[in-house]
Design a protein around this ligand. Structure first.
Ligand code: GDP
Ligand code: MG
Length: 299
């Protein structure tokens, strides 16, 4: 071995909708984090792994940092901050199509509490005129010391090669933590649950999104080419249950069909997917319930 192998951990942060999941998926080359045009769809910390001949990057898709509105929000912020202290580098994504405001101020203030180097990623530059970029760069340069400012498009992949090149100096010589073909270390159940939740959020345009949790109860091989998956969708109110089930069960069928296709792609298996919907009142504000759903990782 002439060249040394490098590895490092990178945390993705930014306001909901900044494009963190899109970037993670693009870098890793497969859909592993859920993406939606509605904020706050990422609750679980999803790890993406990118392995090249001379380095391995491990990405953490942290839940959006934002002013907490309920207990779940507070736990999400705490989790994100602790992650930031442990990684080699932070990618802070800013959506250039959204005017600077309190949300970004809040994150900048939180970032003062960590010493980790920060890359500012000005994302969605595909929506920007060239002349609009320079003033933005000037504006953000004055906000704090950045290890690097990189304008990117997570969606089209523009400038992502450069981003990786700039990232390497922040990695240390180190082991390959994960096998070269690994994309994520999240248990399959978590990924499957996230895919189902994504379908619910995308397909129901109602009150449901912020109060839905999905747990996969069963993953069982029923025959050589059929994997049975049983999952429960938890909502807070029976009105939400009715929305998810839909007229003659049509919405639930759509959710199931959409999720099944993506799970089949993810796992490379034929899937039989069964979904149940249960009402569990006010689960978001009950800490006991949060633990049950695995959202509270502090002990
Ligand atoms: P997250 O909440 O930060 O994880 O954001 P997502 O990755 O879920 O993206 C939120 C929305 O922004 C989705 O509709 C994405 O398709 C869109 N998006 C993300 N990156 C880009 C980009 O570079 N350009 C454009 N035009 N849209 C983007
Ligand atoms: Mg996300």
């Amino acid at each position: 071995m002439t060249d040394s192998f490098k590895s490092g951990f990178v945390a993705l942060i930014g306001r909901p909708n900044a494009g963190k999941s899109t970037l993670l998926n693009h870098l890793v080359g497969q859909k592993i984090a859920i993406i939606s045009d509605k904020p706050q769809t990422t609750r679980n910390k999803i790890v993406g792994v990118l392995t090249k001949p001379h380095f391995q990057a491990i990405f953490l898709d942290t839940p959006g940092i934002h002013k907490p509105q309920h207990k779940l929000g507070q736990i999400m912020v705490d989790t994100a901050l602790n992650t930031l202290r442990e990684v080699d580098l932070i990618y802070y994504l800013v959506d250039v199509t959204v005017p600077f405001g309190g949300g970004e101020e809040y994150i900048l203030e939180k970032l003062q509490k960590v010493d980790t180097p920060v890359f500012l990623l000005l994302n969605k530059i595909d929506c920007l005129k060239k002349t609009e970029l320079l003033p933005l760069l000037d504006f953000y340069r004055q906000k704090r010391e950045w290890a690097e400012i990189v304008p990117i498009s997570a969606l089209s992949g523009e400038n992502l090669e450069h981003l990786l090149e700039a990232t390497l100096p922040y990695f240390e010589e180190g082991p390959q933590y994960y096998p070269a073909d690994a994309l994520t270390d999240q248990p399959e159940r978590v990924l499957v649950a996230e895919l189902i939740r994504e379908k619910i959020i995308v397909l129901t345009h109602e009150e449901v999104p912020h109060s839905v949790a999905v747990t996969v109860e069963m993953m069982e091989r029923r025959s050589e080419n059929l994997l049975y998956i049983g999952a429960t969708i938890f909502v807070e109110r029976s009105s939400q249950k009715a929305i998810i089930i839909g007229k003659n069960g049509e919405m639930l069928k759509k959710i199931g069909a959409g999720a099944r296709r993506e799970i089949e792609t993810l796992l490379g298996d034929r899937i039989y997917l069964e979904l149940w919907v249960k009402v569990k009142a006010d689960w978001r504000n009950s800490v006991r319930n949060l633990r049950e759903f695995g959202y509270d990782d502090r002990e």
